[in-house]
Design a protein around this ligand. Sequence first.
Ligand code: BG6
Ligand code: MG
Length: 228
Amino acid sequence: MNSLRVQPEAVIFDLDGVMTDTAEYHFLAWKALAEDLGIAINRAFNQRLKGIGRMESLELILEHAGMAEQFSTEEKEKWAAKKNDHYKKLIRLITPRDLLPGIEPFMKAIKQHGIKIGLASASRNALSVLESLQITAWFDGIVDAGKIARGKPDPEIFLTAAQLLSVRPDRCVGIEDAVSGIRAINRAGMFSIGVGDTRVLHEADYVVTSTAELDLQDVISRFHAWKT
Ligand code: BG6
Ligand code: MG
């Protein structure tokens, strides 16, 4: 029965908010930076920052406060670096215990099925987070965020991951916690799985409320139904 199912050939993961709770750390670091600037941001606004690159996130925060024109490029670079300092302090304490529930067995099952694993994170801190979680070796391909010209929701990062893995995009599953990320997966022509609130992630092909619900057999069935 299983052999008749069309199986994905690769699963491409986002990192922050999917494999570990660093999405929360990004929020806390932006909140602290925004406070330095005299701006208040809340979790609802933060939905717009998820998945988005560092400088683009700063631009959105400044725009939100009507301060977009107030700073030079050099000043903005300093603010972005300050946010990264806040963030780096927060991720210093990450250990393998910070992997989100269900991620380890899910990845082990993917490996056992001979399905490749890729990483499509916009974060320039991704490698150090993977090292702290001690999961770098699980990946067959990791996209270098520094080499991506267009951020999510552009599909570039997911298409680059597929290319690294030598897998056609329509044979890939992408997993994301951000609306921008789900859009990037969909535009790449991949099967999209959202982790989080169904109302927020309604554009995804399938949504789980928590990573603990990720089950490979279930994902394979849904991928098969999507393909056929
Ligand atoms: C994404 C996060 O993974 O990486 C965003 O969802 C973050 O919140 C972006 O802004 C860039 O991260 P970094 O670590 O390069 O500032
Ligand atoms: Mg994310």
